[in-house]
Design a binder for this molecule. Structure first.
Ligand code: ZN
Length: 226
């Protein structure tokens, strides 16, 4: 194991409070893989996302120091992400960067307005049932153009308005306030995922999987959990 990767891994163990998982140098990649799927709780997965965002906000990103060649080589045949994130497609919300994560760490689904369509639900169910993900974060962001358009019921070309139907039930109480609508939408989509998928709702009840909602602030870089 290269030095930077070992250090990164050691840091992750520390952050997740999993220091008892084993001696860093002795576990190798497979140790981290087993740790990610079976050892990490839903709470620990959310804490790791929060800790990564703290590093990003503080300008102390460490994931760039990870050896991408090793990460790629060790993950060709399988993936072991510890969390999933549903975010908007907005180019100002680069999910891995704002959580200071690298290859194989988070399962990211993106669609304008971070809405739960059938395809997004299917992807998240795959993440939970097959990959063993322990936490899902639905993350909206400030100044979201998709939410802003839906709030104003803007006339838009092509199929863009197809997104509206997924947002409307959640943002009806926003009364034109886009910031409020962003928060309402994130909370609504998380609730939808938690309650309307039998795969995810059972995982929440029986495996301690967490489904959370949050908002990313474009100005500060901080993710606030709702
Ligand atoms: Zn957006």
């Amino acid at each position: 194991m290269c030095k930077v990767f070992a250090e990164s891994w050691s840091r992750r163990q520390f952050v997740a409070g999993m220091g008892a998982a084993g001696v860093v140098g002795g576990l190798g990649w497979s140790g981290r893989a087993a740790f990610a799927q079976s050892g990490m709780t839903g709470e620990a997965a959310l804490r790791e996302l929060a800790a990564g965002n703290e590093r990003y906000v503080a300008g102390k990103i460490t994931s760039f120091a990870e050896d991408l060649e090793i990460l790629k080589a060790k993950t060709v045949s399988s993936q072991e992400p510890f969390a999933a994130v549903l975010s908007c497609a907005d180019s100002r919300v680069p999910v891995e960067i704002i959580f200071d994560q690298s290859i194989n760490h988070i399962f990211v689904c993106r669609v304008a307005g971070n809405v739960v369509t059938p395809e997004i639900m299917a992807s998240m169910e795959y993440g939970v049932a097959v990959l063993g993900i322990k936490a899902i974060l639905v993350m909206g962001h400030t100044n979201c153009g998709a939410i802003g358009a839906a709030v104003q019921v803007k006339d838009v070309p092509g199929q863009i308005s197809a997104l509206y139907q997924h947002m409307m039930p959640g943002i009806s109480e926003a009364k034109g306030d886009v910031g409020h609508a962003v928060r309402l939408n994130a909370a609504f989509q998380a609730q939808l995922m938690r309650e309307s998928s039998t795969v995810i709702s059972e995982a929440v009840k029986e495996k301690g999987v967490k489904v959370a909602a949050g908002v990313y602030d474009l100005g500060t870089g901080r993710v606030t959990m709702l």
